[in-house]
Design a protein around this ligand. Structure first.
Ligand code: AKG
Ligand code: FE2
Length: 203
């Protein structure tokens, strides 16, 4: 669903534009609140599915939980994910983001990177369920991790550090023109949880 930029001009002005259509808000959630949310979410029932990509089976190199409103089924690497019911803290965060940005997020993919060996490869969140030019808000809790943004034609890469309590808003052509990834960082010993809020036109 298209995002109404005019609702959020003021918010975007407070952000750092790290690449076209990528806006970074460093202290979006207070540090202590973000750390306590991290601790709370660690206790969830995390899953580590095996996906089939080009006929090969891969167990994802991190853990995840997909949460959302009923009817927000999501297809990702040939597998259908049905949403778990919202966790109280996550639905509160979703509602705050919707108020803040004027979005209509109805689902969230949570990723838990247990240490610097856990990662996410290059991809764009361009599944049809997300509609044309999706807006995605990505909240980071716990250890800081490097995040890479690569422009599709020039292959130019921008590095960004996503720190505890930050929000990265990806909007406009961010998924059409770029890919992003979270590389291995062997020297990171502690965990990080990332929540990506999405608007899913369900299946
Ligand atoms: O962990 C991150 O910051 C990236 C997560 C991501 O790209 C995704 O869930 O699609
Ligand atoms: Fe992504």
């Amino acid at each position: 669903m298209a995002w109404n930029v005019s609702n959020s001009i003021e918010r975007i002005n407070k952000a750092q534009c790290v690449a076209p259509d990528f806006y970074y808000f460093e202290h979006f959630i207070a540090e202590q609140k973000a750390l306590s949310l991290y601790q709370q979410l660690l206790a969830l029932e995390w899953q580590q599915p095996t996906l089939t990509i080009f006929n090969k089976q891969h167990t994802i190199p991190r853990k995840q939980i997909y949460m959302g409103d009923a009817g927000t089924g999501y297809r990702y690497s040939n597998q259908l994910f049905l949403p778990e019911p919202w966790h109280a803290s996550v639905v509160n965060l979703k509602n705050s983001l919707n108020n803040w940005f004027g979005t209509q997020f109805n689902a969230a993919l949570l990723n838990w990177y247990r240490n610097g060996e856990d990662k996410m490869g290059w991809h764009a969140d361009d599944e049809p369920e997300l509609g044309f030019s999706p807006t995605i808000a990505s909240i980071s809790l716990g250890s800081s991790r490097k995040f890479k943004i690569r422009e599709n034609t020039s292959k130019h890469v921008t590095d960004l550090i996503l720190s505890n309590g930050s929000c990265l808003l990806m909007t406009g052509n961010s998924q059409r023109d770029y890919q992003h990834s979270l590389p291995v960082q062997k020297r990171v010993n502690d965990g990080r949880i990332n929540l990506t809020f999405r608007t899913v036109c369900g299946i």
